[in-house]
Design a protein around this ligand. Sequence first.
Ligand code: GSH
Length: 210
Amino acid sequence: MTGLTLVIGDKNLSSWSLRPWLAMKQAGIDFSERKILLDRPETKSEIRKYSPSGRVPCLIDGDIAIWDSLSICDYLAEKFPDKHLWPKDPKARALARSVSAEMHSGFAALRSLWPMNFVREDMRHLTYGVDDDIARIAEIWESARRDHAAGGPFLFGAFSIADAMYAPVVSRFVTYGPVVLPPRAAEWFATMRSLPAMKAWGEGAAAETA
Ligand SMILES: N[C@@H](CCC(=O)N[C@@H](CS)C(=O)NCC(=O)O)C(=O)O
């Protein structure tokens, strides 16, 4: 037992929560989950019991609280070095960090116009306003798979934090797409959709919305 607790929001809605949750599941890191439903009168005060930012996700490790999805992933990479949550190769690692940060700080149009709704697969939507984001994301996925993915089905071969950071985009493309992707990006997209952990998250989302 690691004694780690990951505080998350609704599985159907909380794209930020999905990222560290998936990273931990894929890496086989044992943790307990504490879910706080979003958009309720008590949401803020409940989250603040764990997370000083008043936002989820937040990882609790004993008396240490780590909030913000990317910083949680980084903490896990440092705590579990044998899991290689960042790619081993320095060049691939630099790129994985860059595209993870690019996701974390960018793609504002996609994030606001296509909010994650994990269970929905039928919200066909115009790409107007989001096509620049889609084009850049497709370029990231295609070039990572083309140049850095030897030996595995993920963006940088073995599963890494970069895959976790883009997992909610996979859900968005399912919900609002279809989005036409170049071949290697499309393969990665299919790999992500078929991951048992993504399916398990989807089952949790479905249970919330039933
Ligand atoms: N950049 C933050 C964003 C966290 C965030 O915005 N979380 C949302 C849920 S997905 C939240 O906690 N909302 C609750 C609220 O604002 O009351 C991260 O990466 O963790």
